[in-house]
Design a protein around this ligand. Structure first.
Ligand code: WTA
Length: 654
């Protein structure tokens, strides 16, 4: 049963335990409702008070929200601040010696870095960037493994007003190239190699390859962090060692004060066309969202050991690794490795070792760990845990119950957090001391977030019917635009068909208690292991292969990944069979890994002489989805131009 189907019948409800509730920042449903009412009564005043309370301003703002050119909203827009100052400097006097980061390497060795030490490293690296001519508004691409250096690089950019764009280390040279050129990077920061699961993963060579693909003339330098000492090609005129630069710099770098709206970063994400979108976030609004969600949803306490397992290449690793925990002066774990190395007990062993109190991971990780060792958590002391979180896709109630009982020992609330790259921080999630959880529901919107489910024209759905998930008012942490493409920003997120609402791209319904249940994407975006992948992106990659004439990608429900990728391919030559077909399948999978990255490899490839099309030539994806699931086609196929093709497409190559 797919997770979507299984949540439809869910009725269990789990209220927070009294002890948790008593100690929570937002304690009890009335406290939550009070916050919501404040936002209802004076929307801008609500946000202004929070922005004043949570952020240290260099120049306080006097203007709150500029709505004069929707949907290009501006928040706190005459204020000045620096994100890195807010994450580091403001803690030095009161908790300079507190551990900011517990870094655990792939091989299990761990190091503690204090706020004072992190501040010094960020300052030194910021000075080094400046010396390379990087300044306000310049774009820097970061292609690093999970490391203290990744956090330092991001914070150093923020410190000097440079705009970082982190590219996940699992993306290929080609994807990296696409992002470097679109963002117009002046500098790239990478590592010789990363270490994952005992294996070295080449990074610098992918940067080298992407820089030979053309259009990267803006890239002046490549800074290389030496992680493994593995052999790398070296270009004397461009390449610089991180440690050599850092060694000669001073321990202090004056922060560059930027306007509240200054872009803090650009992060690429898949959309419904072949080209990833550069989601652009502001400095103040974004930071405010990260801080508030940690306080409200993760009930942040000064004594917490927080661990978000996401890579900094994704938005979750931006808000809940690189910025949020530091802005609050918290202690967090940063993990280099993978959950299954040296064995599937790694997460639980690390929770025991570092006494993690708040743990945040993805449903796909939970499902794969259940499969690999459902009893393994029982071998470890998990008594430090007090709160659990999930993100990235709907969590099926079975996985939720396992997380609740086996990991959380029925003691820890679970925060199922719905949000997106575009929203910057949590939008719909339980405030754990206030809102009772229902397995599979992300529950209720955060205070000040006017989320709703509406029909295509923006009218209210009746009762508990499904519809489009929208947010009806602009909020501080929302993306500001798509880099280089304001029209696409407007078209995608604020279509004319809706009265000024932010269109999230998900469908959802609300139950009788007003709880939100996310049903899935309404566009051609797949969610594979919590990662967004555009079907068009994968199709374009396949069609770029000289053997391929045409390709269509659909998602198919998958027990662990949530969704798996099924590719229907028409070759330029004959439809292959037997061993020849197997060989082409393997080649095409490798091809997609090279074009996009291993996460985009199709799980299944099926060959046909053609694809099922309407008489007007439109590919009938609905049919392809049914075929992928192995369903009998019972619907009317009379509009189909070539019904005979369905037989060919029924079976994967085996
Ligand atoms: C999906 C990740 C159900 C959703 C932070 C959204 C979820 C997309 C949840 C954003 C959740 C994320 N329940 N679905 N708790 N969280 N999604 O940009 O489809 O990588 O639109 O951001 O993931 O993915 P993104």
């Amino acid at each position: 049963m797919s997770s979507i189907e299984s949540v439809m019948t869910e009725t269990r409800i789990f209220a927070p335990h009294e002890a948790f509730k008593q100690a929570a920042t937002v304690s009890g449903i009335e406290a939550y409702e009070n916050l919501c009412n404040l936002a209802e009564q004076d929307y801008t005043g609500f946000w202004a008070d929070l922005a004043n309370a949570e952020i240290d301003w260099h120049k306080p703002f006097t203007e709150i929200l500029d709505e004069s050119t929707p949907p290009f909203y501006r928040w706190f827009y005459d204020g000045e601040l620096n994100a890195s100052y807010n994450c580091l400097d403001r803690h030095l006097a009161s908790r300079g010696d507190k551990t900011a980061i517990i870094f655990e390497a792939d091989d299990g060795t761990s190091t503690h870095i204090s706020y004072k030490a992190l501040h010094q490293r960020v300052c030194r690296f910021a000075n080094a960037l400046k010396k390379q001519g990087v300044g306000l508004g310049d774009r820097v691409v970061i292609y690093l493994p999970m490391s203290v250096e990744a956090v330092v690089a991001m914070q150093a950019c923020a410190r000097i007003g440079a705009i970082h764009s982190v590219v996940f280390g699992g993306f290929s040279a080609k994807s990296l190239h696409e992002r470097i050129t679109d963002v117009g990077a002046k500098l790239v920061i990478t590592a010789d190699e990363g270490m994952r699961g005992g294996k070295a993963v080449a990074l610098k060579s992918a940067v080298d390859e992407s820089l030979t693909m053309g259009g990267c003339d803006a890239v002046e330098k490549v800074i290389v962090y030496r992680r493994t000492g593995g052999k790398t090609a070296w270009n004397e005129s461009k390449d610089l060692w991180w440690h050599e630069l850092e060694a000669v710099e001073s321990d202090y770098c004056e922060p560059t004060w930027v306007n509240a709206e200054h872009p803090l970063f650009i992060l690429y994400t898949s959309g419904s066309t072949g080209k990833p979108k550069g989601v652009q976030h502001s400095t103040a609004g974004y930071l405010l969202g990260a801080i508030l969600s940690l306080k409200w949803v993760f009930d942040h306490k000064a004594t917490d050991i927080f661990w978000c397992t996401a890579d900094v290449g994704w938005i979750t690793g931006h808000s809940y690794v690189a910025y949020g925990p530091l802005a609050l002066g918290g202690t967090q774990v940063v993990f280099e490795g993978i959950p299954t190395y040296p064995d599937a007990g790694r997460f639980w062993q690390m929770i025991e070792k570092h006494k993690v109190s708040v743990f945040y991971t993805a449903p796909t990780a939970i499902r794969s760990l259940i499969k690999l060792g459902g009893n393994l958590p029982n071998n470890y002391d998990l008594s430090s845990l007090r709160l659990l979180g999930t993100v990235g896709e709907p969590i099926n109630p079975e996985a939720w119950m396992w997380y609740h009982t086996v990991v959380g020992k029925e003691r820890c609330p679970i925060a199922d957090t719905w949000w997106q790259t575009e929203t910057g921080s949590h939008m719909i999630a339980p405030l754990p001391g206030a809102i009772a959880a229902k397995p599979g529901s992300c529950t209720l919107p955060l205070p000040g977030i006017m989320a709703d489910v509406v029909n295509e024209d923006g009218s209210a759905v009746s009762g508990t019917e499904g519809g489009l998930l929208v947010i009806k008012k602009p909020f501080p942490s929302l993306l500001r635009t798509i880099w280089n493409d304001p029209d696409r920003f407007q078209r995608t997120y604020f279509p004319n068909t809706l009265p000024g609402y932010y269109l999230a791209g998900d469908s959802a319904h609300r139950d009788a208690d007003g709880y939100f249940w996310i049903m899935g994407r309404i566009d051609d975006v797949l969610n594979v292991s919590g990662h967004r992948l555009g079907t068009m992106e994968i199709e374009s990659a396949l069609v770029a292969n000289p053997l391929v004439a045409e390709a269509a990608i659909v998602g198919k429900p998958h027990d662990i990944k949530g969704e798996s990728i099924v590719a229907y391919v028409v070759l330029k030559g004959e439809r292959p069979e037997g061993e020849a077909a197997k060989k082409i399948v393997a080649d095409l999978r490798d091809w997609v890994a090279k074009e996009i990255g291993p996460i985009a490899k199709p799980d299944e490839i099926r060959f046909g002489d053609n694809l099922p099309k309407t008489r007007s030539g439109k590919i009938m994806r609905r049919l392809l989805r049914s075929l992928a699931k192995g369903e009998e086609i019972t619907s009317d196929i009379s509009t189909l131009d070539n019904p005979a093709i369905l037989e060919q497409l029924k079976q994967p190559v085996s």
